[in-house]
Design a protein around this ligand. Structure first.
Ligand SMILES: [Cu+2]
Length: 162
């Protein structure tokens, strides 16, 4: 099991290195990237689901989350929420259907329960590198896509551990 984890992590590190190369010249790479916890989250095409129902980080860790949509023709996003607030924020997300400013807001509703937001709507072939500091309190933090209607299926839990 440990071996599997190590090789998975090596594979992840490789992917991040490639992306970093793509994004900017190597000399300009961010020094923080080395000690951040790197997570990857994808999209299952056409069923409105993330490819992972669960992610895990240490409390207070620096996190680089690569949210990537390889094959789904729909647009998606990512927000991290305070524990127990998924349904409330999901209801706000659905209301954005009638908000003329919704697209400009990337379909992110206004809510004090939102801890982290992605930086764009992620269409097919696109990705969003989301950097944040994990919550200091251990617990189960829901993440959802707030494109109206998606959150009921498109959700997961970030497990924050001590
Ligand atoms: Cu979505």
């Amino acid at each position: 099991m440990k071996k599997l984890f190590v090789s998975l992590f090596a594979a992840l590190a490789g992917v991040f290195a490639l992306i970093a190369q793509d994004a900017k010249p190597a000399a300009d790479a961010k020094p923080a990237a080395g000690d951040a916890t790197k997570l990857m989250l994808g999209v299952v095409p056409n069923v409105m689901q993330y490819d992972k129902k669960e992610l895990t980080v240490k409390a207070g860790a620096k996190v680089m989350l690569l949210f990537r949509n390889e094959k789904c023709p729909l647009q998606h996003n990512f927000i991290l929420l305070k524990p127990g607030t998924k349904d409330a924020v999901g209801a706000l997300a659905d209301k954005m259907l009638t908000d003329p400013e919704a697209l400009k807001k990337l379909y992110y509703p206004d809510s004090k329960d939102i801890l982290v937001k992605g930086t764009k709507l992620v269409g097919i072939g696109q990705s969003d590198l989301i950097e944040f500091t994990a919550p200091a309190e251990a617990g189960d933090y829901p993440y959802i896509c707030t494109f109206p209607g998606h959150w009921r299926l498109m959700n997961g839990v970030l497990k924050v551990t001590k």
